[in-house]
Design a protein around this ligand. Sequence first.
Ligand SMILES: Cc1cc2nc3c(=O)[nH]c(=O)nc-3n(C[C@H](O)[C@H](O)[C@H](O)COP(=O)(O)OP(=O)(O)OC[C@H]3O[C@@H](n4cnc5c(N)ncnc54)[C@H](O)[C@@H]3O)c2cc1C
Ligand SMILES: NC(=O)c1ccc[n+]([C@@H]2O[C@H](COP(=O)([O-])OP(=O)(O)OC[C@H]3O[C@@H](n4cnc5c(N)ncnc54)[C@H](OP(=O)(O)O)[C@@H]3O)[C@@H](O)[C@H]2O)c1
Ligand SMILES: *[C@@H]1O[C@H](CO)[C@@H](O)[C@H](O)[C@H]1NC(C)=O
Ligand SMILES: *[C@@H]1O[C@H](CO)[C@@H](O)[C@H](O)[C@H]1NC(C)=O
Ligand SMILES: *[C@@H]1O[C@H](CO)[C@@H](O)[C@H](O)[C@H]1NC(C)=O
Ligand SMILES: *[C@@H]1O[C@H](CO)[C@@H](O)[C@H](O)[C@H]1NC(C)=O
Ligand SMILES: *[C@H]1O[C@H](CO)[C@@H](O)[C@H](O)[C@H]1NC(C)=O
Length: 709
Amino acid sequence: MKFSTVGGALALASTALASEGFHKYSYEEYVVMSCKGAVLSAATFCEKDTVKTYKCDCKNKPALGSWINCIYDKLGENDKHGEKIVEEYCSEYNVTLDSEKLQKAYANATKYIVDTTKIDGFNKTAIFDTPVQYNKKKYVNYYNSYKARWGNVEDTMYLGAGLLGYWAVIFLVATIWNFLNKVAFINKAFHSKFVNTIRSKLSLSSLFANKKHSTPIQFLKVVGGFVPLRIETIVIFFYFALLFIFSGVRYTFVQNDTIWKPVAAQAARYPGDRTGVLALYSLQLTFLFAGRNNFLMWLTGWKQSTFITYHKWISRFNFIMVLIHAGSMHQQSVGMGYDKFVTRLHTFWYRWGIVAAAFMGGLVFTAAYQVRKTFYEVFLGVHIVFAAIFLAASWIHATQFGYEQFTYALAAIWCFDRFVRILRLISFGTQDAKVTIISEETLKVVIPKRSYWKAFPGSYGYLHYLTPTTFFQSHPFTIIETSDKEITFVTKIKGGVTSQIYNQLKSKPGQTGIIKISVEGPYGNPTNVTRYDTALLYSGSTGIAGPYSHALKSVQSGKNQQVKLYWIIRHWSSIDWFVEELVKLKNTGVEVIIYVSQPDSAIGSRFNGDHSSSNGSDSEQKSEKLSSNDDEKSGNLDSLKKQLDFIEFRYGRPQINEIVHNDFSESQGTIGIWTAGHNSMVDDIRSAVGENLNVAKGRVDFFDELQVW
Ligand SMILES: Cc1cc2nc3c(=O)[nH]c(=O)nc-3n(C[C@H](O)[C@H](O)[C@H](O)COP(=O)(O)OP(=O)(O)OC[C@H]3O[C@@H](n4cnc5c(N)ncnc54)[C@H](O)[C@@H]3O)c2cc1C
Ligand SMILES: NC(=O)c1ccc[n+]([C@@H]2O[C@H](COP(=O)([O-])OP(=O)(O)OC[C@H]3O[C@@H](n4cnc5c(N)ncnc54)[C@H](OP(=O)(O)O)[C@@H]3O)[C@@H](O)[C@H]2O)c1
Ligand SMILES: *[C@@H]1O[C@H](CO)[C@@H](O)[C@H](O)[C@H]1NC(C)=O
Ligand SMILES: *[C@@H]1O[C@H](CO)[C@@H](O)[C@H](O)[C@H]1NC(C)=O
Ligand SMILES: *[C@@H]1O[C@H](CO)[C@@H](O)[C@H](O)[C@H]1NC(C)=O
Ligand SMILES: *[C@@H]1O[C@H](CO)[C@@H](O)[C@H](O)[C@H]1NC(C)=O
Ligand SMILES: *[C@H]1O[C@H](CO)[C@@H](O)[C@H](O)[C@H]1NC(C)=O
């Protein structure tokens, strides 16, 4: 058989596959297909007959007789399953056959059948008109070749399902744990030395001893990123191992392959098919984990940043898979001759495959930490556009081979997330928010809300400032719900949208403005502060939002529990933007401790002599006045402390390990810890919690509410 025939067969095979989608071949179907080839190797009955078309076999009597003779020989006479397949194949050519007709054809064929090998000088390519015995050696070649090719595809489907199964098991365990934990406080039992050791070495631990998880690592100021927790690393590692193993096992190579004669073409094709389809499976996870409304967050209680971590790593592995796929397929094309490669290069599906791979590479590299850190919005825009192009390109490419269902699923996952996001925005509606710059470092955003829209402590929402230049951006901030009628965000002024709003407001009277906004939320997993005998809330800067909400919840619930709220700030003036909230904790059981790491800093305008004008337009003049006079400052400081006499002030940066150790040893019963703040502070707390588990008298649950991605 010539290359062109192989190529034609291949093209037809892919078209056949495309029209059918994934097709599981039965033993009988392999026999039916192989018999066709084995008969064609013995004699020719029609002009232009090929091994992949069945027109001749369905319409030409001796051809049909020879074919069914082979099939019955392999499957036994009157095998119904084999007959069904023949009937199916022939119905495509509008030839209606049934069991009776086939048996008749068989009976007649056996009367006249000849063995062409016994005919001297038999011309195999000349049209012949008597039924023939099939070529037994060729039958084996055909059978093995089909089996290797389609068996690999079938294996790939199972292996792909296995990849998803790996995650399914993890999610199942996580879900059961999450719900047991919510229904009954089973965790109480888990406070033995053994469990604590596992927790501190495994589930609570950062990957390396440097404690870094929320704090990015960086090499040479160019390469960098966030390091997964140790437990996350294990999950990722085993996934990688599975991909590695699944890409490398269960290949059979066939001597005298009838589909791809050159060994290189065959050897490259199997891994090519394998990695391509495994990537399609794996991509489902990539798309699912990237969303804000991923139902697995709700089931497992894991936070969004955990899923983003997995999203990143799975995507990196996928890119490697796609590179192997592309390389193998290129190798296979070239292996079948340079012409074949050129022909393929001119097909739309080959080209869209290249486009998909290129944009996938673009996605991985433009998502590098340096890009996200410096140009978050650019990264996001590029990520969305590239992902859309990638999806379209892989859709077109996969459709050619009947794998388009995978891309439907990807599109559905993405659209669903967007749809829910829109619903959430509609449910919040647009509101006039009062936005105030306080202490030149924070925007305080107070937003009226409808009463049916309810947040919970620790929840966050994506804020849209509906101004012409910013409406399309959405940034996550932690929700403080102090009453049924409004929510508050305290947002640190950084380089992006927060500084745009800052610039709009800084010259306004009182540095305040009314801005139309919308909020997409609430997101996050509710945690129950009242469930613990002791609640330890460690926060820094604007990270106070979550821990404060938990403290407030504890107060409102009236539960008699020990609550300690730490707030670590750099300057005295930071108190200005949170004082109204803090005052709500006065005369409650909540112990509030504020660390001011730069105690020499100036007092904010709020406590700067004239207490009445906290929101006056003259605040700027006041801040100039601040540090001018030490005596005045100490007077103001005294007055600040007097007004906030329920708060304990401590100077300097705290020793995190020390506070955690002391708090654990002083507290009774079960402990819940919530934390958000500076990245390195949160990393220190995580490590301190792990180290001190045995110091605590009861079970300790740790809720790291800082999310970075
Ligand atoms: C769940 C969650 C809750 C948060 N709660 C608060 C809070 O209560 N108060 C507060 O001050 N900050 C909070 N943040 C951080 C806040 O989202 C970013 O500081 C803010 O998006 C920066 O906006 P920007 O345009 O001014 O920043 P830029 O100067 O453009 O970026 C600064 C950094 O913020 C991060 N960032 C920017 N945009 C996003 C985004 N859309 N999603 C995730 N990260 C982003 C990037 O790492 C970037 O390097 C929270 C973050 C998360 C993920
Ligand atoms: N859920 C969330 O994901 C979420 C919620 C709210 C806020 N945030 C983000 O969290 C961040 C808040 O922190 P920030 O960056 O604005 O903080 P910051 O002002 O830089 O630091 C706050 C205080 O923490 C101290 N501190 C920092 N690291 C410490 C450590 N390892 N041990 C002890 N003290 C330490 C600092 O002391 P020094 O002065 O000595 O450095 C400073 O007093 C913001 O970036 C905000 O956007 C995220
Ligand atoms: C079979 O019949 C259908 C309907 O009559 C027709 O559309 C189709 O083209 C036919 N196929 C072949 C291969 O003749
Ligand atoms: C075999 O048959 C084909 C087609 O009829 C013809 O072109 C070819 O010359 C024949 N070969 C021999 C050796 O007779
Ligand atoms: C039986 O086979 C012979 C030889 O191919 C053919 O001439 C004849 O028409 C066939 N008869 C029937 C009923 O199919
Ligand atoms: C929180 O825990 C307390 C004490 O175990 C319980 O009474 C309360 O119902 C819980 N609240 C929620 C919302 O689960
Ligand atoms: C803010 O200033 C206005 C007038 O400028 C005043 O009416 C209002 O009471 C002040 N608010 C607070 C909280 O001081």
